[in-house]
Ligand binder design. Sequence first.
Ligand code: F6R
Length: 620
Amino acid sequence: MCGIIGYVGHQQVQNLLLDGLHRLEYRGYDSAGIAVLEGGQISLTKKAGRVQELGHAVAEAPLQGHIGIGHTRWATHGEVNDTNSHPHFGGDGEICLVHNGVIENYSTLRKKLRERGFEFVTTTDSEVVAHLLAYEYRQGLEQGGRVGSQQLCVDALQATLIQLKGTYGLAVLYRDCPDTMYVARVGSPLVIGIGDHENFVASDASPLAVHTEEVVYLSDNEIAILTPDDVQIIHRDSGAVDLKIQVLDQSAGDSELGDFPHYMLKEIYEQPQSIENAMRGRFDEDEATAVFGGLNMTAKELRKVDRIVLTACGTSWHAGLVGEYLLEEFARIPTEVEYASELRYRNPPMSENTMIFSITQSGETADTLAAMRECKRKGHPTLAICNVVGSTIAREADGGIYLHAGPEIGVASTKAFTSQVTVLTLLSLFFGRMRHLSYPAGKRIIRHLRDIPAQVEETLKCHEMVKYVCEKYARYNNFLYLGRLYNFPVALEGALKLKEISYIHAEGYPAAEMKHGPIALVDEVTPSVFVVPKCGIYPKVISNLEEVKARKGPVIAIACKGDEKIAELADDVIYVPDVEEYLQPLVTSIPLQLLSYHIALHRGCNVDRPRNLAKSVTVE
Ligand code: F6R
């Protein structure tokens, strides 16, 4: 949430910052702003609305300079307007900063600063940091510090940071420092890009990939000092830190839209490839199992695992639910799926050999990170199933499995879900083969998995039918999504997709639970989306479907090709390939993604930037 970009070097900074903000916009799009330092003066332009609005504003009054910071906001404190947009000035303009995170003690600090004569123009928590830094800088000057000296600036920043409670990623300009930018983090991600006589900072790597391949991931409690020719990092407790330069695993083109009208559609269409990538190099045909390079645990340790907890939020939580079914069926390990936002404050009993997997696309979700840290504190092995390489969760986990799905830019998660489910299938094969699963059974799973990318490709052919169905149903305001067993999480995920990008009320339920309450909602204007591919309890799901039809509820069925009977029962049918029951989420989720996409388009919604949401939820 919120995107930060900063640059110091030889290029004119305005357009570079704007381009960076466009690439970061998926992290928040309530407002945007940039500040540029030139000739001892910091100039600033900020606007409520999209980065595009900011672009229009600076086109009329360009900002000149070679050092600058930018921000795209997802509002936490203070309404969305021009004034509350970042960057924020501190003091009488000697400080200018952008902030991603939440300062929990902002009101106490603001009161103190007001008493000291600082005037606040915004209602944000971030302006408090700017004024506090100005105060500490002035204190340093009074105590004999040299104007604009690095020592003074670092000391003032340190003195400020120790007073903050909460989370922050900060990029700071001091009016007295014409070629130095200071950045700091606790809890909110920052990546430094190392260039040739230029250096960058950003909330994630997406805006850096166009400029450099070399990055350094900043850790909590570190401050970085960036000049055109140097990057230094200092840890709050341990002093200077060696730069661990890593090579980016993404290229600039990975985040381009190409010929697609929206990222969401592009990412839906990438799924045959992203699923393939999640499996690449992870089969051991001789042993009929899966292999993972990064679990960092011995076979002996892994065999001791007697319980698995999968923790995640949102779509990743839904993938976890599929994982629970898979792990219990194939590995016979008792598995639970926990909302990370609950687990972080709960204290469930966990045996010594409970293993925790945090499932996360971004690797930055605040609740998932906190739940993982809590479990780690208690001594459990904590592993991550994560997409973004170098993200905080990926780095802090004891080990993990990357999805290799490539950047997911659309705010509604699509390809990450199917990649997570793929990895969880591999994981159940892996644990299964360490325990009860036979060699032929392992071989069979591998064979089925190898067929999946082509079957997902085949599934995408339902697109035209989905469009037709959307024409019919886009005007309805309530939907039910129903499925059983492996397709229950798919129903939840379908409902979430519709809610988040179409703003239509939708409920996901296990189909048989209907009659315990939700069936009361069924009427002629409440369509039910039944996920009903062939499975062991197919006739039972059909009975549930008939119950809805008997109450005049319109039914859209997601069914297996060749299922003639369903066409007689449902109002509309979207067919998907007939795959093994445990792999059905990988195909049945796809028409539901397309359904929400087209309904959102029909209703004129912004599919890639739905209201009130942002990718990467780095606040609690
Ligand atoms: C829904 C969606 C969210 C995320 C959730 C967790 O489409 O994208 O529900 O799944 O915020 O995010 P990650 O997976 O990045 O931890």
